[in-house]
Design a protein around this ligand. Structure first.
Ligand code: CU
Length: 183
């Protein structure tokens, strides 16, 4: 039963991330793919393919609503990679309003969090306990090993950067805390 629930969460999360990303893409989706320029053709066998580089100015980050697996009010942007793809590295940003709370949950993969602004507090365990949390100011960092139960809270508008290897899925310890299941 819990396997079914986990899969549902995963699919819901992936769908909402894809939708969120698609909605905020500014290029038309229906244009046929342009022919690849010569520079993007497969590299000769003796040369490894060059990876794409990424350079995004803060003003060019395309924020959109966070996936339904997170409580309403958060914004998210995918900077690199794809958090929905298994084995794919990703870098995302999340922006939380003051007092935002994420109930105890876990991920199937390690989560790495850098705090860019505001204050982000994290705690571990099955019950949300403010007193047990560690408050991280801008510059702080947190690592949550895969499957470790943890919870979080913001103070002031807070921006974090999360990196890891997909799939980035949120599963709540108490299924009643899952915002994607509420309505
Ligand atoms: Cu988490």
């Amino acid at each position: 039963m819990s396997t079914v629930r986990t899969r549902t969460t995963l699919i819901a999360f992936i769908c909402s991330i894809s939708i969120g990303t698609a909605v905020h893409t500014q290029t038309p989706q229906k244009a046929p793919p342009a022919a690849k320029p010569a520079s993007q053709k497969a590299a000769p066998a003796d040369k490894p393919a060059m990876a794409k580089h990424v350079a995004i100015a803060p003003s060019d980050i395309k924020w959109g609503p966070a996936p339904a697996a997170l409580p309403a009010g958060a914004q998210m942007a995918v900077l690199d990679g794809d958090p929905s793809k298994a084995g794919m590295p990703f870098v995302i940003r999340a922006k939380f309003p003051d007092g935002y709370r994420i109930a105890p949950h876990w991920h199937p993969t390690d989560e790495n969090v850098a705090v860019l602004s505001g204050t982000f507090s994290v705690g571990v365990g099955d019950a949300f306990d403010e007193k047990s949390m560690t408050a991280l100011a801008a510059g702080g960092y947190a690592h949550m090993p895969k499957r470790m139960h943890h919870f979080a809270m913001s103070k002031g508008e807070t921006v974090i950067q999360v990196h890891g290897v997909g799939p980035f899925v949120v599963t709540y310890v108490n299924p009643a805390d899952d915002p994607s299941k509420k309505k």
